[in-house]
Unconditional design. Structure first.
Length: 99
Protein backbone atom coordinates (compact mmCIF):
# COMPACT_ATOMS: atom_id res chain seq x y z
CA UNK A 1 0.00 0.00 0.00
CA UNK A 2 1.39 3.38 -1.03
CA UNK A 3 1.13 5.50 2.13
CA UNK A 4 1.67 8.79 0.33
CA UNK A 5 -1.11 7.98 -2.16
CA UNK A 6 -3.51 7.30 0.73
CA UNK A 7 -2.51 10.54 2.46
CA UNK A 8 -2.93 12.51 -0.79
CA UNK A 9 -6.36 10.96 -1.36
CA UNK A 10 -7.54 11.80 2.18
CA UNK A 11 -6.18 15.36 1.98
CA UNK A 12 -8.10 15.89 -1.27
CA UNK A 13 -11.34 14.36 0.03
CA UNK A 14 -11.16 16.47 3.20
CA UNK A 15 -10.33 19.58 1.11
CA UNK A 16 -7.17 20.30 3.08
CA UNK A 17 -4.86 21.10 0.12
CA UNK A 18 -4.68 24.81 1.01
CA UNK A 19 -3.38 23.98 4.50
CA UNK A 20 -0.61 21.49 3.71
CA UNK A 21 2.27 23.83 4.57
CA UNK A 22 0.71 25.42 7.65
CA UNK A 23 1.28 24.71 11.31
CA UNK A 24 -1.85 23.71 13.14
CA UNK A 25 -1.15 26.35 15.80
CA UNK A 26 -3.62 28.51 17.66
CA UNK A 27 -6.07 30.47 15.56
CA UNK A 28 -6.72 33.04 18.30
CA UNK A 29 -3.02 33.98 18.24
CA UNK A 30 -3.20 34.61 14.49
CA UNK A 31 -1.31 31.47 13.60
CA UNK A 32 -2.21 28.13 12.15
CA UNK A 33 -5.35 26.60 10.79
CA UNK A 34 -8.90 27.85 11.25
CA UNK A 35 -11.00 25.72 13.60
CA UNK A 36 -12.97 24.00 10.82
CA UNK A 37 -9.70 22.90 9.18
CA UNK A 38 -8.35 21.60 12.51
CA UNK A 39 -11.51 19.52 12.91
CA UNK A 40 -11.03 18.09 9.42
CA UNK A 41 -7.35 17.33 10.12
CA UNK A 42 -8.37 15.39 13.23
CA UNK A 43 -10.78 13.32 11.14
CA UNK A 44 -8.22 12.90 8.33
CA UNK A 45 -5.67 11.46 10.78
CA UNK A 46 -8.12 8.63 11.42
CA UNK A 47 -9.00 8.18 7.76
CA UNK A 48 -5.44 7.45 6.62
CA UNK A 49 -5.73 4.13 8.48
CA UNK A 50 -8.55 3.23 6.04
CA UNK A 51 -11.13 2.30 8.69
CA UNK A 52 -14.37 0.56 7.82
CA UNK A 53 -16.27 2.40 10.57
CA UNK A 54 -15.83 6.06 11.56
CA UNK A 55 -17.18 7.43 14.85
CA UNK A 56 -17.37 11.21 15.28
CA UNK A 57 -18.54 12.71 18.55
CA UNK A 58 -19.80 16.25 17.96
CA UNK A 59 -17.45 17.19 15.10
CA UNK A 60 -19.17 20.57 14.68
CA UNK A 61 -18.96 21.71 18.32
CA UNK A 62 -17.68 25.28 18.54
CA UNK A 63 -18.18 25.99 14.85
CA UNK A 64 -20.47 28.50 13.20
CA UNK A 65 -23.04 27.41 10.63
CA UNK A 66 -20.78 27.87 7.62
CA UNK A 67 -17.83 26.05 9.20
CA UNK A 68 -20.09 23.25 10.45
CA UNK A 69 -21.37 22.80 6.90
CA UNK A 70 -17.79 22.48 5.61
CA UNK A 71 -17.03 19.74 8.14
CA UNK A 72 -20.28 17.87 7.51
CA UNK A 73 -19.86 18.03 3.71
CA UNK A 74 -16.35 16.58 4.12
CA UNK A 75 -17.70 13.77 6.31
CA UNK A 76 -20.44 12.98 3.80
CA UNK A 77 -17.90 12.96 0.95
CA UNK A 78 -15.47 10.56 2.68
CA UNK A 79 -18.31 8.34 3.85
CA UNK A 80 -19.49 7.96 0.27
CA UNK A 81 -16.09 7.69 -1.42
CA UNK A 82 -14.54 5.30 1.11
CA UNK A 83 -17.77 3.33 1.58
CA UNK A 84 -17.60 3.88 5.34
CA UNK A 85 -20.09 3.18 8.03
CA UNK A 86 -20.15 6.56 9.78
CA UNK A 87 -21.74 7.30 13.15
CA UNK A 88 -21.93 10.98 14.11
CA UNK A 89 -23.47 12.67 17.12
CA UNK A 90 -24.55 16.26 16.57
CA UNK A 91 -26.44 18.39 19.07
CA UNK A 92 -29.05 20.73 17.65
CA UNK A 93 -28.19 20.41 13.97
CA UNK A 94 -29.73 22.88 11.57
CA UNK A 95 -32.04 21.44 8.92
CA UNK A 96 -29.41 22.20 6.27
CA UNK A 97 -26.72 20.18 8.07
CA UNK A 98 -29.10 17.33 8.85
CA UNK A 99 -30.12 16.92 5.20
Amino acid sequence: VDRQAIIDKVVKMMELEDYLDMLIGREQDGEGLPKHARKRVTIAVQLVTLPKILFCDEPTTGLGTSSANIVMRALRRVTDKLNLITVITIHQPSKHIWD
